[in-house]
Design a protein around this ligand. Sequence first.
Ligand SMILES: Nc1ncnc2c1ncn2[C@@H]1O[C@H](COP(=O)(O)OP(=O)(O)OP(=O)(O)O)[C@@H](O)[C@H]1O
Ligand SMILES: Cc1ncsc1CCO
Ligand SMILES: [Mg+2]
Length: 294
Amino acid sequence: MDEAAAMTEAAKRCGEGRGPPKAVVRWGRRAWELLEAVRRRAPLVQCITNFVSMDLVANALLAAGASPAMIHSLSEIDDFTPRADAILINVGTLSDGWLPSMRAAAAAAARAGRPWVLDPVAVSASDFRLEACLSLVGLRPAVIRGNPSEILGLSSACRIRDSKGVDSSHEPMDAVGAAKSLAQASGAIVAVSGAVDVITDGRQVVGAHNGVAMMQRITATGCAVTALIAAFVAIDPPNALEATACALSIFGLAAELGMAMAKGPASLRMHMIDSLHGLDEHTVASRVNISFIA
Ligand SMILES: Nc1ncnc2c1ncn2[C@@H]1O[C@H](COP(=O)(O)OP(=O)(O)OP(=O)(O)O)[C@@H](O)[C@H]1O
Ligand SMILES: Cc1ncsc1CCO
Ligand SMILES: [Mg+2]
């Protein structure tokens, strides 16, 4: 079984028999509405992100029509964060100096009623990073987006922390189960990126099927799509599950279109930004591929 089929099967298993009937969402239409609103309203997205990703994150946001601001000084958080429409916090090149800014921005976002999105890059790389991510999860992100290893690591750490020492905290779960568990523990929408992006609120599970494998050969595509999620959630914070799925699918679609012109990762990076900028209604409505899978 390939990775996409395995993810779908796992999602079905985890959702068996639970929850009310799924709302009817016309995903292509919804994705276009959100992209069009991003272009019209140009949400200001404050990005506290890693050094590797800053360029791609800012350019992806601009290509989608949003307005990026790479502002991370602790001295600027109180003034600036309440003015942002959404905040991205990405721990990729975490340092002692930046962590207080991240915590302050998350707290300021909460006070101002702004959604913020967490990218827990390499969360299991060190105790420092894990503790930092756990403390950030406690500051109520609207969305957490990571690759399968990151979501498994973070979810497992949350379960151990919350557990009363019962054995079930240590049962192995696949990334879909881990995502649902993390969503339930944190109150966030959780997105796991991959061949199929899986998005869950802890109950419903949605799959976003757009994208190309070569995206993994470009550093910071994950960071960029997390930023795009922040821009989409800024448009419709109460419907963060839909906004997250649409952002992932739109980014994947831009990569599909870019792949038709690319010779390798470097030119794909360029062509996917061009394609994101040029997306039109017909292409989005007809090619966005999202479905409820549990
Ligand atoms: N096999 C694949 N097929 C299609 N799209 C993929 C595949 N793997 C990843 N993607 C897409 O690539 C983007 C980045 O996902 P990935 O899981 O590589 O993130 P990441 O590991 O956090 O990356 P980074 O840390 O470099 O930013 C997402 O938009 C995802 O949908
Ligand atoms: C390569 C790398 N190292 C720290 S952050 C980053 C970018 C991808 O997350
Ligand atoms: Mg990443």
